[in-house]
Design a protein around this ligand. Sequence first.
Ligand code: SAH
Length: 224
Amino acid sequence: MDIRVTGFDLNGIGMTSQRTRNRLVQRLKDAGIKSQAVLDVMAVTPRHLFVDEALAHRAYEDTALPIGHGQTISQPYTVARMTEALLAAGPLKRVLEVGTGSGYQTAILSPLVDEVFSVERIEPLQRRAAQRLETLGYQNVRASLSDGTWGWPEHGPYDGILAAAAPEEVPQSLLEQLVDGGRMVIPVGGAVQKLVLITRHGQHFSRKTLESAKFVPFLSGIQR
Ligand code: SAH
């Protein structure tokens, strides 16, 4: 497939090299990720550029890593699983992401869908991620400082919604911003969380639990 990731050096050296990324992709396959499109994008996306330089050597381990402000860049397996579930019924045009964080999940979605709209509530993270995505040449991404409880109605409705933070209950606005037939992948719960896939059928929403999960909490308001 043609993967539109441009504007940066993909090769890296040592622990950030293509060979290191290929090892990660093999791990993801072993862990049950089947979508070749998702695996191909994971193979070329430079996760080491989405974490602090001091952590770059750990970027291709299959673990979450701190990105500051009490938040983490999601585990590669989780990113792959969520993306695969979101795309499983066919190609998506417009996707809303709640919780930009480092921008890594945004970068994985970007070549796989027509447009990504991504919101983040912590200003310094939002600013850094937006700048990083622009520098790396992700042209079909719009990022904004906003509380995702309200979705991003100006650009909706969305064919897909993906949340990287867990609310106790799925916000009504997010459900309303799904197109008929649209899909949402979101972790739900507090101490015990489940990753769920919600599909809209008119005014009815079906829910399927994908697996247990451990995400940061979905919080309201903007943090400056
Ligand atoms: N996919 C990101 C995950 C970051 S962690 C990555 O791989 O880097 C989840 C992010 O969701 C955090 O940055 C947190 O600040 C953000 N978040 C939590 N609640 C939110 C809300 N209501 N609106 C927008 N962002 C939110």
